[in-house]
Design a protein around this ligand. Structure first.
Ligand code: SD4
Length: 331
């Protein structure tokens, strides 16, 4: 199948990956103020993540409140979801590819623009920590597949079977038809991307996923690609993405959003422009979800998505808030 046709089909259907209908349970504080809306005040520390991953932001906040670095906060924050077997879009318990293999993608970026990533890595429960090791212990930015896994073992990570019985059962069920179907806002959550500012005012980010469920073997999306799924510039801010990675890669979404903030847009305006850029290139399509979140140096935050249903969490002195994002399509 030609590449574009495959992408079209796969995003139309791709696999249990994303999720549609807006579940009210996600909006536990719909009327509360989004962190960072008072433009005269710098908000720090602060953590923000895609979706309603409250345990992840709580962990990040715990690190930040004690004076920990934004890098430690985002790593430890997203590890909560990597470890959660009930989360079938991230880490251990993630949905497999169409051959039944769970392959994980993650990247991390610090205040000095150091970054590390692992792509399509199997058998390691915490890809974000391996990505950090790539950043800190090697001269490289990305390690892929078996090389990433081998490096992880050398760094002391243990081999883990990531395919849970539940995920295996669902995959075997899916195999009966092997139909790709886009389910927008699957489980009302998805990939976790997290950004944080620590007490020193330094920004870091992390992004981790099992990717699109039942993807082709070897498929990698935006999440571990610096600039696409995640980007941080400590002078400006950071951005991260969730949703159909192919479309985020095509516009280098997170880098774009940070650059728009550099040019003066607020995080909210920049996220909106990021989504609009994608929709301009997909004039005939409404069958996929993408959500962006962003933070600037002042701790102002924003989020925007294609379909209603995407939320993002913020944790700062202003509270621990689940923020429903505005959407390009109105549902
Ligand atoms: C990807 N953006 O692999 C990621 C994952 C996701 O499953 O958000 N959807 O495209």
């Amino acid at each position: 199948m030609k590449r574009r046709n495959f992408l079209k089909n796969s995003t139309l259907t791709t696999a249990g990956m994303i999720s549609v209908p807006f579940l009210a349970s996600c909006q536990e504080n719909p009327k509360q103020k989004t962190a960072g809306t008072d433009s005269n005040k710098t908000i720090k520390p602060i953590a923000i993540c895609t979706w309603n991953f409250m345990n992840a932001t709580a962990k990040a906040w715990e690190v930040l409140e004690k004076g920990g670095s934004s890098l430690d906060a985002v790593e430890q924050g997203v590890m909560v979801e990597e470890a959660d077997l009930n989360n079938e879009t991230v880490g251990n318990g993630g949905r497999p590819d169409r051959d039944g293999r769970v392959t994980l993608d993650a990247c991390i970026m610090d205040k000095d623009a150091n970054c590390g990533a692992v792509l399509c890595m199997e058998n390691i429960a915490h890809p974000i920590s391996v990505a950090r090791k790539v950043m800190e212990e090697t001269p490289h930015v990305m390690l892929v597949g078996k090389g990433a896994e081998q490096f992880a073992y050398e760094q002391g990570f243990k081999k883990t079977n990531l395919l849970t019985e539940k995920a295996k059962k669902e995959w075997l069920e899916w195999k009966k038809d092997s139909q790709y179907e886009t389910i927008i806002n699957i489980e009302n959550h998805d990939t976790i991307g997290m950004l944080a500012i620590d007490k020193d005012g330094d920004i870091a980010g992390a992004c981790t996923t099992s990717g699109m469920a039942y993807k082709m073997a070897g498929r990698v999306g935006d999440s571990p690609i610096i600039g696409a799924g995640l980007f941080v510039d400590n002078e400006v801010g950071g951005a991260t993405a969730t949703g159909v990675g192919e479309e985020v890669v095509r516009t280098v979404g997170s880098f774009l959003i940070v650059e728009l903030m550099r040019q003066g847009k607020s995080p909210q305006e920049a996220c909106e422009e990021g989504v609009k850029r994608i929709m301009k290139k997909n004039k005939d399509r409404e069958d996929f979800q993408i959500g962006f979140i962003a933070i600037n140096k002042k701790g102002e935050t924003g989020g925007y998505c294609i379909h209603p249903g995407f939320t993002y969490r913020t944790y700062s002195e202003e509270g621990h808030i689940n923020n429903p994002a505005e959407s390009f399509l109105k549902g």
